[in-house]
Design a protein around this ligand. Structure first.
Ligand SMILES: [Fe+2]
Length: 448
């Protein structure tokens, strides 16, 4: 049980330019328990994409905090989301990550449920000597109290008392549009999901996705291998965008990218790549400009790391990755990751996307292991309370402005705050959005 105060965890004094986070927020078991209840189990959480259950009776399983969830498309084509727990004794009913099933049979006592979550049978019911009142109770899988879809992105909540999904996403929804609109028929998950764990707190993953400052420090081997490939000119057909852009390309005004912050904890960190053949989207450059206009097309080619608080991240750089963050313990986190791609791209573009994906992502790639080792190094350092306050939330303080800028105007997007950065700024003020939303959600259970 956490008995401290919010001010022990987050030191937020905007007038003095101070924003600090305590090490305790990452390793205190009492804080973790409250996070599960207040952040994950009583707000909107990303579940998956509609395409994961494309056909009637398709399903996939996921979790909201500690609670197992089943998302299933019924025989009429309607999507439903249910607590994946048998009303009988509570066992998880669906056992696999995904599949197609007209009937889900609980492995414990064989109660069965159709693809709309309706109870179809109670084993040996007639012999069961049930009272009449038993029939008056619903034996169905309980539907999630809130379930919503935005452009194929599915979200659910264990608490009905949440704002409408459109309100939760707000202007950040326009960044999901940049993903959904890349193909004329939307986007899909490339087969080959990867699940891995790291021994560190889930918020390290939340931060790292938005952390431009770490790239050259944490990933020198990745950068050097790309440079070696380029120098050796070994005939490697796939050229990475990192090689072609010299990592961060500044425009005529010295802007290499920046960040946007939105209400409810969503953030974007972005950089300019330009419309380059080093990206698999290049074959569609003209078609995208025709469909959406050049400005929105150019945004699709920008490097973009999007976090939809608390558990969805979409990283688009040399390739494109969708990540779901699943906290398991204060110092243990599971990641489920997929390569995402526009439906209908050519085999050549898909090949380029997958090769560049393998380069950068996955526990077998050249960047992900660097990051997870750093998370675990941080987690070890969090054990100290000699000086509890961390100083990693301050870069960009004098560059952060209320509202948007000419780049957000290009896609008519109105963020709460924005930073324009040169190649070296490495803004950290966008992390503040995570922790202000975190504090807002925890305010009811932790004293000020
Ligand atoms: Fe990284």
């Amino acid at each position: 049980m956490f008995t401290g105060r919010l001010s022990d965890l987050i030191d937020d004094r905007p007038d003095e330019g101070i924003f600090r986070v305590s090490r305790a927020i990452f390793d205190d078991p009492g804080v973790f328990d409250l996070e599960m209840r207040r952040i994950f189990e009583s707000g909107w959480v990303f579940l998956g994409i509609a395409d994961q259950a494309r056909d009637p009776h398709d399903f996939f399983t996921t979790d909201i905090g500690r609670v197992p969830v089943l998302v299933s498309r019924d025989g009429s084509g309607a999507l439903g989301a249910f607590v994946n727990s048998c009303p009988h004794r509570g066992s998880r009913v669906a056992q696999t990550l995904a599949g197609n099933a007209r009937l889900h049979v609980c492995p414990y006592h064989s109660w069965s449920f159709d693809s709309a979550g309706r109870n179809k049978s109670v084993k040996l019911k007639r012999a069961g000597c049930y009272a009449e009142s038993f029939d008056a109770q619903s034996h169905d899988l309980p539907a999630l109290p809130a379930f919503g879809e935005y452009r194929g992105f599915l979200f659910g909540s264990l608490d009905a008392d949440v704002p409408p999904l459109e309100t939760h996403l707000g202007e950040a929804a326009k960044l999901l549009d940049l993903v959904a609109d890349q193909g004329p028929d939307g986007f899909e998950l490339v087969p080959g999901a990867v699940t891995f764990t790291f021994q560190a707190n889930w918020k390290l993953q939340l931060e790292n996705c938005s952390d431009a400052y770490h790239f050259t420090s944490t990933h020198p081997s990745y950068i050097r291998i790309l440079e070696q490939r380029q120098t050796a000119n070994t005939g490697v057909a796939v050229k990475s965008v990192w090689e072609s852009s010299d990592y961060w390309r500044e425009d005529a005004q010295g802007v290499a990218g920046g960040s946007f912050s939105f209400p409810h904890g969503h953030v974007l960190n972005w950089g300019i790549f330009g419309v380059t053949e080093a990206l698999p989207l290049f074959e569609q450059a003209e078609a995208l400009a025709e469909r959406h206009g050049a400005a929105k097309r150019d945004w699709m080619f920008n490097m973009r790391n999007l976090s939809i608080f608390p558990n969805l991240q979409i990283a688009e750089n040399a390739s494109s990755q969708l990540r779901v963050i699943r906290p398991l313990a204060p110092d243990l986190t599971e990641m489920r990751t997929w390569c995402i791609a526009p439906k209908g791209e050519s085999a050549q573009a898909r090949r380029q996307r997958i090769r560049q994906y393998e380069d950068f992502f996955n526990p077998s790639g050249m960047a992900t292991p660097d990051d997870t080792v750093s998370y675990e190094n941080c987690q070890r350092g969090f054990a100290s309370r000699v000086e509890p306050w961390l100083q990693g939330y301050s870069r960009g303080t004098t560059a952060s402005k209320a509202g948007g800028n000419p780049f957000s105007d290009l896609i008519d997007m109105k963020p709460a705050r924005s930073v324009l950065a040169d190649a070296q700024l490495g803004d950290e003020t966008l992390f503040q959005s995570y922790y202000r939303e975190w504090a807002r959600r925890m305010a009811g259970v932790i004293g000020q």
